[in-house]
Ligand binder design. Sequence first.
Ligand code: SF4
Ligand code: SF4
Length: 379
Amino acid sequence: MKVIVKYCEEYNLEQVKSKIKESLDSLGGVSNLIKPNSKVFIKCNCVGPFSASYGITTHPIFVKAVIQIVKEVTNDITVGDNPAVKDLVLTLKKNGIYDVIVEEGVNILDNKDQMKIYNPSYKVYNVFDVSRGMIENDVLINLPKLKTHSLAYITCAEKNLFGFIYGLNKSAWHVKASNQLEFGEAINDLYGAILDSYKDKTIINICDGIIGLEGEGPSTGGKAKQANTILTSLDAVSLDRVAVEIMGLNYKKSFITNIASSRGYGEGDISKIEVLGDEIVNYHFLEPKDSLSNVGLRLTRVKLLKPMLLEHPVIDHDKCIKCGECTRICPPKTMVIEKGKYPHLNTKKCIRCWCCSEVCPQNAISKSKRPIIGRIVLK
Ligand code: SF4
Ligand code: SF4
């Protein structure tokens, strides 16, 4: 599998466009990858209504560059995502993609119309309700960000496709698959279902890593990180494997990519990936705090052990504006809020999914210290 690495240090439309075009040329060229008049869906990362400068969402200039390239072969283009809690249009307006959609005269996804997709070779879950407009296309162009993730370790091409699931329905998956390894299996079952839906069609992954996010991603808990990189591949797993190198992280901890590779959904062995373009530079991203090794991932599958082993969310009252977003998304409803008060949680029932931190607009939710037993056992 090929991954094209391109150095690109700023969101300059012409520069970004030429780097993406060069990358697509290395994969056969736009007109070969996308047939004339094809129906194309562009999947951004719009996790929430955050300004593009935060490094959380796909940058509007990046989206504009991709739209203009695709318009060389087709005008049937739809752009969108499934934000966690907020309305899609509001989210797109906040991060600047809405203006791009209007300027370029393309469509906004109707994300509320749902359909079922199936994974014929599933391991745990075989059926998923997803937005129809994300599936019924000839070409899927996946535009992830280069980010670390408190729960998933990294979130890049494959994890970005969790956004096929509508809004708060994503929370239900955190209850069904309530530990990291089960969540990894669920993400891969979903990925297999998406691959099956796009069988005989085209999926192109183009990662916006010009400014990425390090530390407690994927949202306001992380810090924007200049990484000057665009990654392009037809294989999300290979792209994610190279992304781990660019971020300077530990591939063994990138459990979603490891599961994908072991299932044969893509290539996780870096020696078997053909890396073209510019050289891989290690940008030394900060890991999510207390990220788990393989042994830790296995131990924390035991529900009763979690409160003893793992850190829990802590609310910073100086930052919290009592908006209640964290309580709305909390899958087991263990984070609650009373009128006029700060949210509080039952740490015993908390499944450590970090959805609350993902949607907090104020970066008011951080990790507690790891309990002493956890520090000893998971060392
Ligand atoms: S409190 Fe936060 S980490 Fe705990 S279950 Fe709720 S959303 Fe997940
Ligand atoms: S912690 Fe964040 S999401 Fe929760 S109420 Fe406070 S500001 Fe809102």
